[in-house]
Design a protein around this ligand. Structure first.
Ligand SMILES: C[S@@+](CC[C@H](N)C(=O)[O-])C[C@H]1O[C@@H](n2cnc3c(N)ncnc32)[C@H](O)[C@@H]1O
Length: 315
């Protein structure tokens, strides 16, 4: 597996590597044209001491020091620097995904254009369960934007069109069976089961990441997440047999990533609470990993469902 030469991984196992450090320093050290896809969920830089609503209560919007804005120009320089740096390690036919809110996504889009990428789609990830807007002075924020771009204007990106159109996506009420997948996706924010090992303030749902990985990569491909956080991207890679490199400045989040990975390995898939979720999760299992924590038989039943989902998705 590809590694960052001269840099000691924080964690390395079976196609899943985590590096502690600054993405701006580590991205340029990756071997040239070594990565098939990059998924980046960079800091939104929205932590401005304002308030939001969490579980029905007033809560600070602050995510951490890493998320503080340093002003429009400095924020743009940051996004332009890492986006431009991502070109060298990306393979010729490689692609990049970037997620963000209004605070960051326009800067990232402009930086992609300035750096020579071709933007292919902007996905509106609609969160049906987004919290209300407490001050009642704006429309309630209920989506994030995901940009998908390829390295060159004329390169050949990977896109599994039929898989997207014909597979089942039970978590998304907007996706009509057998119809083309459109650019608005309805997926809830991560359920409690995905946060049993701790909370990352901007954790992405596994269903969102599995969809992107299945759409735009092949088994065995290498995916880089330079702002990995709790490594939802990495878990989606592990579940779908892709290789993964994640980078984060905060070791606390790398520890959370390791706990999440080990949980999935132990359970042989993702935890669900069948009593709370009647629909099966749209996640494939990575194969026969012994199940150890099952007390009620629910996991065995869940494994059967996963196998069916995996077959339907052709993963
Ligand atoms: C929006 S969060 C990513 C969340 C992730 N997608 C998940 O599902 O958990 C951004 C992450 O970038 C990290 N970060 C901020 N600045 C960084 C930098 N310069 N280099 C590497 N990581 C950085 C933060 O610690 C944070 O975990």
């Amino acid at each position: 597996m590809i590694t960052i030469p001269g840099v000691k991984p924080y964690f390395k196992e079976d196609g899943f590597i985590l590096y502690p450090g600054d993405a701006l320093e580590l991205i340029p050290r990756l071997p040239e044209e070594s990565v098939d896809m990059i998924f980046a969920d960079p800091p939104y830089r929205l932590s401005n001491d304002g308030f939001t609503c969490h579980a029905g209560k007033r809560a600070s919007v602050n995510k951490g020091k890493w998320d503080q804005s340093k002003g429009v120009e400095d924020d743009f320089k940051f996004h332009f620097s890492w986006i431009a740096a991502c070109r060298a390690p990306l393979k010729r036919n490689g692609a990049i995904w970037i997620s963000g809110t209004l605070h960051s996504i326009y800067q990232c889009g402009y930086a992609l254009q300035l750096s020579g990428y071709k933007i292919l789609n902007d996905i509106a990830w609609y969160k049906p369960n987004a919290p209300p807007h407490l001050a009642a002075r704006y429309f309630a924020h209920s989506h994030e934007t995901l940009l998908w771009a390829r390295k060159y204007k004329n390169s050949r990106h990977t896109f599994h069109y039929r898989k997207m159109k014909e597979s089942d996506w039970p978590e998304d009420f907007l996706k009509k069976p057998g119809r083309q997948m459109r650019s608005v996706w309805a997926i809830n924010t991560p359920p409690a089961e995905e946060k049993v090992h701790g909370k990352h303030p901007t954790q992405k749902p596994l269903a969102l990441m599995v969809r992107i990985i299945l759409a735009c990569t092949n088994p065995g491909d290498l995916v880089l997440d330079p702002f990995t956080g709790s490594s939802t991207t990495g878990l989606a890679c592990w579940l779908t047999k892709r290789q993964f490199i994640g980078i984060d400045v905060e070791k606390e989040y790398l520890d959370l990533s390791i706990k999440r990975l080990q949980d999935i390995q132990r359970v042989g898939g993702v935890r669900t609470r069948r009593a709370r979720r009647k629909r099966p999760p749209a996640l494939p299992s990575r194969g026969q990993v012994p199940i150890q924590f099952d007390e009620s038989g629910a996991v065995a039943e869940f494994m059967k469902e996963l196998e069916e989902i995996r077959k339907r998705a052709g993963a």
